[in-house]
Design a protein around this ligand. Sequence first.
Ligand SMILES: [Zn+2]
Ligand SMILES: [Zn+2]
Length: 332
Amino acid sequence: MSPQFKANATPTEEDGKSLSAELISNLILNSPVAQALALIGDRWAFLIIRDIYQGARQFEELRRLSGAARGTLTSRLKRLVENGILYRNPYRDAPVRYEYRLTDKGLGLYPVVLNVWEWETKWGEGEHIPLQLTHSTCGKSMHPIYRCRHCHAKARIEEFRFRAGQDRSPGKKVPPRFQRRSKSRSSVGADVDQRFFHYLDVIGDRWTSLVLAAAFFGLQRYDQILEAIGIATNILSDRLKLLVDAGVLVKLQYQDKPARYEYHLTDKGRDLYVPTLAMHEWGNRWLIRDKERSMVLHHQLCGKNFESEIVCSECDGLVASSNVVYGSADAD
Ligand SMILES: [Zn+2]
Ligand SMILES: [Zn+2]
């Protein structure tokens, strides 16, 4: 059975005009999401943040949970500290030892972590599906609901429109560095926590995340995507195949002789918009200096600029890192 999809439900510009390839290209490469991914989209950085949210603080524990090599972990921690996401806190003198904690900027990533958690719960594979979350406010096992703060509707890709921001001149296009995908699944140790691996396998390098961004902006044809993100054809073909194999895109023929294909988001792919939205909000708040010129997301259902909140599926109360317990309330 082929995956389900709904075509033409991707965001368009607020006034309904279609967007030029140049503008889309500019939006994708300079978006708050692209900037956020440059800091946290790296597989190891993302796993470190996952583990710190679950209470890990110290180097050896982070190493065991992520399976990262010592040097890799050292360099990623250093970068996260330099970028103001973590800080080092001395917990022992002579010799001094440090643990890692989240700054306010790092704590702002909680909606991203929760939305990835929820996405993996729904779409992850087998034993790597995350633990149930418990909302300590109501004491029940729950799903986090990421919704519009103004109208309380659950965030769904079809209901977003965006305004491109005031500055429509081509920005500085910085093509992402090519990164080899790390195929970690086959070589992980027994202690390694594999939660989020499916998500990271899907978005796990910058080219893939740019292809996905193009899909979120409504680009469906190979040539459009190629033009928008300036990617080598062999890499684009590889990443499209990867996203099709992961069930995030579905390939549909729209023309014979020569055969031409479009790539549409499946339901699984459309659900990936939710963690991406959370990344957009975080990037906009913490990384974008000139907010006037940044892309604005409108929630079409209520007509307001999108601002999110996360509530508990069971009691409708607000969910925050301080009132979530990792594990099921129903288990012994
Ligand atoms: Zn709304
Ligand atoms: Zn609750």
